[in-house]
Ligand binder design. Structure first.
Ligand SMILES: Nc1ncnc2c1ncn2[C@@H]1O[C@H](COP(=O)(O)OP(=O)(O)OP(=O)(O)O)[C@@H](O)[C@H]1O
Ligand SMILES: [Mg+2]
Length: 375
């Protein structure tokens, strides 16, 4: 199993634009099951030579024994040479690379974090469990508590934000940056705004990560209290790249009560733990069925599995959202329930979850502050 030093060594003799060793531009390394995820911090004004350096880095890293695949991404926040040294992981380094950036196994790229107080990912191991519905309603819930909120739809294969918020405009561009669209007071960016719905999205792996980095770095979010990232389903390369690259304050895992979804939820928890992102908690979605006629509650999928798993995994259980027709209808028609029926019991569920998450973030901030690196 290769380690961070092996990766740095492979990059030692590759030169970054400006003539310094590429090791000085490394801002994060994560190695997982033969795959190396490496982020480089470069000057966005020199994107062409940096793209060349990025490709060379991938080739060099792929040649390291034990590495099957290399995924190298460029981020743009800090000037080369000012890469923050890692704190927790220094004991892993043999200090051979005195002039090299000491990468942290944790994401240290702090994308957009200058203006964004907290960044949270809403994720799941399994598809279709209600991440996007939950992310949208949580974003609206956080906005209802007075926070300035952004929602980044990171599911670039199957974006949901256009449908959930009834948005089909193209975002404007100002000074080379995309201006997010806005709905119900929340700023929103999605690959769905940039490409026609009918365009087949045949993205190759590296293009996907580049597109995501662009959505993180090249969008004019302005000042935000929180950015909610609606993650694509699963725990593959794209997910790990976002988890590593976005300076996440925490992750919210959505699961349904069924065993299979729970197994995948555990995988998602493990993925975030690997990159040392705190798990804010698990939400059980479609937990019970709320009858629209009699108001009665049926526990179709033997609810409570997610709470049980959260306890076993020692991560907080945040709460449950019902399987409810109004939740589906409102999100399918572009008016998520928290915006269209804010006084309904269903909206109350999301408002309660949002309040919990807000409190968790605010109280966690003191502990987490050193990990959020501002360029
Ligand atoms: N609590 C709920 N009650 C009723 N319907 C729901 C609920 N949550 C989600 N749905 C519906 O289930 C479908 C899938 O939800 P959603 O798109 O939010 O899932 P997802 O996890 O984001 O999916 P994907 O993995 O494809 O990104 C949607 O039609 C949505 O309206
Ligand atoms: Mg989704």
């Amino acid at each position: 199993m290769p380690n961070e030093q092996d990766i740095l060594k492979a990059l030692e003799n590759i030169y970054a634009p400006g003539g310094v060793s590429l090791t000085r531009a490394v801002s994060g390394i994560v190695i997982s099951e033969g795959k190396a995820f490496v982020s480089l911090t470069g000057d966005p004004q020199k994107s062409q030579p940096w793209e060349v350096a990025r490709r060379n880095a991938e080739i060099a890293i792929k040649a390291v024994p034990g590495v099957d695949a290399a995924i190298v991404t460029l981020t743009a926040d800090r000037a080369i040479g000012s890469v923050q040294t890692s704190h927790k992981h220094d004991h892993n380094h043999d200090h051979d690379h005195k002039h090299a950036a000491q990468p942290s196994a944790r994401h240290s790229t702090a994308t957009s974090s200058k203006n964004v107080r907290f960044m949270i990912a809403v994720a799941s191991g399994k598809g279709g469990v209600g991440k996007s519905t939950t992310a949208a309603n949580l974003a609206l819930g956080l906005s209802a508590q007075g926070w300035r909120v952004g929602l980044l739809d990171a599911d670039i294969y199957g974006p949901s934000a256009p449908r959930l918020f009834g948005l089909n405009k193209k975002p404007a561009v100002e000074a080379g940056k995309l201006i997010p669209l806005e709905a119900y007071g929340v700023k929103i960016m999605s690959m769905g705004f940039l490409v026609d719905e009918k365009t087949p999205m045949v993205w190759r792996g590296p293009m996907v990560t580049q597109a995501l980095m662009q959505m993180l770095n090249e969008v004019k979010w302005g000042e935000l209290d929180v950015m909610v990232i609606d993650m694509p389903p699963g725990t593959g390369d794209v997910q790990l790249t976002i988890a590593q690259q976005a300076a996440l304050s925490g992750a919210v895992i959505v699961s349904t009560p069924q065993d299979l979804a729970l197994i995948d939820a555990r995988r998602a928890v493990a993925m975030f733990q690997k990159v040392e992102t705190p798990i804010l908690g698990i939400i059980e979605n479609m937990s019970y069925f709320q009858c629209p006629h009699c108001g009665g509650r049926s526990e179709i999928f033997s609810h409570g599995g997610a709470r049980h798993d959260a306890e076993k995994l020692s991560v907080p259980f945040l709460g449950e959202a019902p399987l409810d027709m109004r939740i589906r209808e409102t999100s399918d028609t572009g008016h998520p329930i928290v915006s269209s029926e804010p006084n309904s019991p269903q909206a109350g569920v999301y408002l309660g979850l949002a309040a919990k998450i807000k409190t968790l973030l605010e109280t966690q901030k003191r502990k987490q502050a050193p990990n959020i690196i501002v360029g």
